[in-house]
Design a binder for this molecule. Structure first.
Ligand SMILES: *Cc1c(COP(=O)(O)O)cnc(C)c1O
Length: 365
């Protein structure tokens, strides 16, 4: 009875602690209406075209989905002047991150990332027995100079989250170009652009497809979850070189993206109206929150994503609890070691005003 059945890599992993479901919060606090501004979801709801496509496709779910997702890949490729061979689609961008780690990380291989950033980079690499090099943020940004110094023979992947979740700010084209020039060609640079449609409004946001065109060991991650409003059905993808896509194809589950999800994602690509509305509302919501923070001398990081990171000067555990009592759920910063900070997603104007009023009541109490 001494054999350890579990893979030793699991020792380094912790179970994911999900937020409380809305229904539970409603019951516990006796509130009818909860605004969830905690997971960067689309406050306008799903793309209506995606919903129609799902209903139409429902007639065909007796069939297995297209394991290669050819129509979806062709449509994505058309948007970016690539071919279907440059694309891997996943059950959410999340799954493509696992596939990236499975493709490159053997025991002892290293990855470099920021501290603080999206937590899945770390867990996916640790799961494969990889070693993490995390560098503290510098002026709230990835310390790209520090990243370059950390590169060694074992370095396989460098994760760049741009905009960075949970901070929301971008690395500029100049910063990225400067960095890329210093990274050896045999290191994979992964640009996580989950918030691409929001961020590209900023003229300083880099066009990483230009980097991919010259540098094959580059991976660009995007998702339909945020701007498309279809987080619940799970579709994300990476754009990369044909060689990387072909290797990633080997670790892919055969039917990893279901047929409703493929149909929904195709419809989102055609729903420019929904995307435009979403991005416009996002910046209106951000502007209102920034004004509140400015008027009250609260520190925040300029955001080009659909959330904002702010320092309320009060422990986020308390702010989180008190906001919940008033029917607003945010993501408290203590989860990332930023005790007095909170991450709040943008909302409709009503949701935004409700959050601001609730926060104001708490901070003035
Ligand atoms: C939301 C998000 C993703 C991917 O989300 P999926 O819903 O799995 O597509 C990837 N990276 C970052 C930084 C995100 O915030």
């Amino acid at each position: 009875m001494s054999k350890n059945l579990f893979r030793k890599e699991l020792d380094a992993l912790r179970p994911y602690v999900p937020g409380k479901p809305i229904e539970e919060v409603q019951k516990e606090y006796g509130i009818d209406k909860i605004e969830k501004l905690a997971s960067n979801e689309n406050p306008l709801g799903p793309s209506p075209r995606a919903v129609e496509a799902i209903i139409r496709e429902a007639q065909n779910i007796n069939f297995y989905p297209d394991s290669y997702a050819m129509r979806l890949k062709e449509a994505i490729a058309g948007e970016f002047n690539l071919t279907h061979e440059n694309i891997i689609v996943g059950n959410g961008g999340e799954q493509t991150l696992s596939m990236v780690a499975q493709t490159f990380i053997s025991h002892g291989d290293e990855a470099i990332m920021a501290d603080t950033t999206f937590s899945l980079y770390e867990t996916s690499v640790l799961n494969m027995g990889g070693v993490i090099n995390k560098l503290p943020l510098k002026d709230y940004k990835h310390d790209l100079g520090g990243f370059v110094e950390k590169i060694n023979d074992k370095t396989k992947i460098i994760y760049i989250c741009n905009p960075n979740n949970p901070v929301g700010n971008i690395l500029t084209k100049n910063e990225i170009d400067d960095f890329v020039a210093k990274v050896p060609e045999d290191v994979v640079i992964l640009f996580d652009e989950a918030y691409y449609n929001y961020a590209k409004v900023n003229p300083e946001y880099p066009e990483t497809l230009d980097i991919l065109a010259k540098r094959p060991n580059t991976i660009i991650l995007r998702t339909f979850s945020k701007v498309g409003g279809i987080a619940g059905i799970r579709v994300g993808y990476v754009l990369t070189s044909k060689e990387i896509a072909s290797q990633m194809g080997k670790v892919k589950d055969v039917f990893n993206v279901n047929s409703l999800a493929q149909a929904a994602a195709l419809a989102v690509l055609e729903d420019e109206e929904h995307i435009e509305k979403t991005v416009k509302l996002n910046y209106e919501s951000l502007a209102r929150m920034e004004k509140y923070f400015d008027d009250n001398n609260l520190e925040y990081v300029k955001s080009n994503a659909n959330f904002i990171f702010a320092n309320t000067g009060v422990h986020s555990k308390l702010v989180f609890e008190e906001l919940m009592k008033q029917g607003v759920i945010i993501r408290p910063g203590f989860l990332w070691g930023w005790d007095n900070w909170l991450r709040v997603s943008t909302g409709t104007i009503e949701q935004t005003e409700k959050f601001i009023k609730a926060l104001d009541r708490i901070l003035k109490a």
